[in-house]
Design a protein around this ligand. Structure first.
Ligand SMILES: *Cc1c(COP(=O)(O)O)cnc(C)c1O
Length: 228
């Protein structure tokens, strides 16, 4: 369990170095721990090491952990594909959703968000690399979706998220992230302040291009077991 603590410290250091190289304030970059496949005990170890925001991809799996960890002040983020029959659970149990890519699901999230909770913080997922296997709205359809989502009562549109095509080439990584930044800038009558981009293999390139939330799993917890 001390490895998680060490990993978190090493990552915070890398975030600082990347931020300084980009002439940015490291305080403007938050680390989101992607805990899919890992049990509550592992999440708790990271929490005890100071990590407070965690992200899950699958509602069923997440619900179990959210209940197990209900005594701890954890900010839960949903980053997986949204099935419409799961929108109620997502709206009730998460603070953030990074993967909104249709008006229908955004409407349902708004409709089911309990009155007692603050608005759901939302990013629209954009399919930058155009891979058909990827979720996300196309860059062409982003502007209209953003305008529609902004009008929903129990949702606060914060920004954009992307999962670019996996590549080791840092130039290509950077191009994809730059694209997302430019799309956000084009929308910025909308006062968006969030770019959710960068994973374990490419977060430094994402910080270079303006990431405000990096989503890391492997770098914190180690390799996920196969088939998950
Ligand atoms: C799994 C996942 C991550 C984390 O990926 P790592 O490479 O393990 O850091 C980030 N974002 C999304 C949407 C994911 O599904």
């Amino acid at each position: 369990m001390t490895t998680i603590k060490n990993n978190l410290q090493a990552i915070q250091k890398r975030i600082q170095v990347a931020a300084h190289a980009a002439k940015r304030d490291p305080a403007d970059i938050s680390l989101l721990a992607v805990s899919k496949t890992w049990p509550a005990s592992v999440i708790l170890a990271a929490w005890q090491a100071g990590q407070k925001a965690f992200a899950e991809n699958y509602v069923q799996e997440a619900m179990k952990k959210i209940h197990e960890l209900s005594d701890y002040a954890i900010e839960w983020h949903f980053i997986g594909p949204i099935q419409s029959n799961k929108t109620r659970l997502i709206a009730e149990h998460f603070s953030w959703v990074h993967s909104v890519d249709s008006l229908k699901n955004a409407q349902r999230l708004s409709q089911y968000r309990p009155e007692t909770l603050p608005p759901l913080q939302v990013c629209i997922q954009v399919n930058i690399s155009g891979e058909t296997s990827k979720h996300g709205v196309s860059p062409e359809n982003l502007e209209i979706l953003a305008a529609q989502v902004k009008g929903l009562p129990k949702i606060k549109l914060r920004g954009l998220m992307t999962i670019p095509k996996a590549t080791q080439d840092s130039y290509q990584q950077q191009q994809a992230f730059r694209r997302l930044r430019e799309l956000k800038e084009k929308l910025n009558g909308s006062m968006l302040d969030t770019l959710s981009m960068g994973m374990s293999g490419d977060f430094e390139a994402a910080i270079q291009e303006g990431a405000t939330i990096v989503r890391l799993g492997t770098a914190i917890f180690g390799e996920r077991s196969k088939g998950q």
